[in-house]
Ligand binder design. Structure first.
Ligand code: ZN
Ligand code: ZN
Length: 440
């Protein structure tokens, strides 16, 4: 039987790979200008990192996390019928999102000593969730994101949102194609009381809501705002509003974030039902959708002032966002925008006589060392089929080396677009081709 990839996973190659590379390279340039350094954390973490960070009651932790056991451990688990005997360091999971692991790393490596300057990090990593695979929702998917630890200033919230919108523009979205929604979820001072209000509201409307929401009332009532059931969301429209429940500090912080966004000319909508799926968010949360698209949110994030403590660190404010590669690729495809760009152009060196194979070898080497993507024949094909191959590879120029050329100390340079050809001195040809590639 032919081998198949795992369900809900994709191979990245060709133009799809170029799209992912483009997302990473645009991120690298932009985020570097904004003072962020790249980080990569292990794909595997101790389960406790995610349980502390993401929250025991979230669907991500309860249902969607891929747990990882060695074969030997698994045998023991089957024998005993549980994993109770395992040590915490033996309980591993693949990361379902980036933030918890990065915060764990920041705590473990003391990136933010007490009273120290904030640390600004960005990442481009695959994530893993055991969801039912569907369009734009994979079991291994890719995210680009950033985390900013140690900054409580509302200017940081605004800058996070501004750099996110700038990133989307660089990927090819026009500002009017995007809808940015923001909200404040309060903090440890004001959220418990608000949570209690929402819990009471759900229980008052229990006969109208789904079983999941009834369960949420106890575990995580705010999640009822983004229940998958449309009816639940309608009922929740009448639920108590968070802005009414914010304490003075949270209200002032939120107002200042909006003032900065206004000053930057970034358009946003306030949505009081916007609650991000993970427990760790405090105060500012935000999400970006493509107007009129069915792809869903292409990015979002927010502030998580309690998370560093949950991962065992000293109290440290934090915030960040993540964007999903697969959804962005789908959304741009819908808009007819190419994320991948054109295939890289190349030069082809054709060998008109087998005795000149070594001369071709040297010329190919020189061109590559001069920064020109160069191909040639490795199958001893005829000149005619080499030229066909050059065409197929999308070569913009073909350099032909034959006995006549070598005798004259030159190379035939053929423009593959116009089919014009001319002789160029061997000593000049690399410089000429290289400069035509850099100016293209
Ligand atoms: Zn519901
Ligand atoms: Zn508050």
């Amino acid at each position: 039987m032919q081998a198949q990839r795992a369900q809900g996973t994709e191979d990245l190659y060709g133009s799809y790979m170029r799209s992912w590379q483009r997302m990473v390279s645009e991120a690298e340039q932009l985020f570097s200008d904004w003072g962020f350094d790249m980080i990569e954390t292990p794909a595997m973490e101790q389960v406790s990192t995610f349980v502390h960070g993401i929250g025991e009651s979230t669907d991500v932790v309860r249902k969607e996390m891929f747990r990882v056991y060695s074969g030997a451990l698994l045998e023991g688990i089957f024998e005993r019928g549980s994993e109770e005997h395992l040590k915490p360091r033996q309980r591993l999971a693949l990361r379902p999102e980036g933030t918890a692991g990065i915060v764990r790393s920041a705590v473990e490596n003391t990136f933010v000593p007490q009273g120290g300057a904030p640390v600004k990090l960005w990442y481009a990593m695959p994530m893993f969730r055991g969801e039912r695979p569907q369009k734009g929702r994979l079991r291994q998917f890719h995210q680009v994101g950033l985390e900013w630890l140690g900054a409580s200033d509302p200017a940081a919230d605004a800058e996070c949102i501004i750099v996110l919108m700038e990133y989307f523009q660089r990927l090819g979205f026009a500002p009017e194609q995007l809808r940015l929604t923001i909200n404040s979820m309060g903090d440890a001072t004001c959220r418990p009381a608000y949570r209690e209000q929402v819990r009471a509201f759900i229980l008052d409307h229990a006969d109208e809501m789904c079983d999941d929401c009834i369960e949420r009332a106890e575990l995580n009532p705010l999640r009822a705002f983004d229940c998958k059931s449309e009816h639940c969301r309608e009922v929740m429209q009448a639920a108590p509003r968070v802005t009414q429940a914010l304490c003075d500090e949270c209200a002032a912080h939120y107002a200042q974030v909006k003032t900065y966004l206004d000053a930057a000319g970034v358009a946003y909508e306030e949505d009081e039902t916007l609650v991000r799926g993970l427990d760790y968010y405090t105060r500012t949360v935000f999400e970006v959708e493509v107007v009129g698209s069915s792809v869903g949110a292409i990015g979002g994030g927010g502030r998580y002032d309690g998370l560093v403590e949950l991962e065992g660190g000293k109290p440290t404010p934090g915030l960040g966002f993540a964007v999903g590669f697969e959804r962005i690729a789908l959304a741009l495809e819908e808009l007819g925008v190419s994320l991948a760009g054109d295939e890289p152009s190349c030069a082809y060196v054709a060998c008109a006589d087998p005795s000149l194979r070594e001369a071709v070898f040297s010329l190919v080497l020189e061109l590559r060392r001069a920064g020109v993507r160069t191909e040639c024949d490795y199958q001893a094909r005829s000149l005619k089929s080499q030229l066909k191959q050059a065409d197929k590879l999308g070569a913009t120029v073909c350099l032909v080396l034959g006995p006549d050329e070598v005798a004259a100390g030159s190379v035939t340079l053929r423009d593959m677009g116009t089919h014009e050809q001319r002789l160029v001195a061997r000593g000049d040809v690399v410089g000429q081709v290289a400069s035509s590639f850099t100016s293209a």
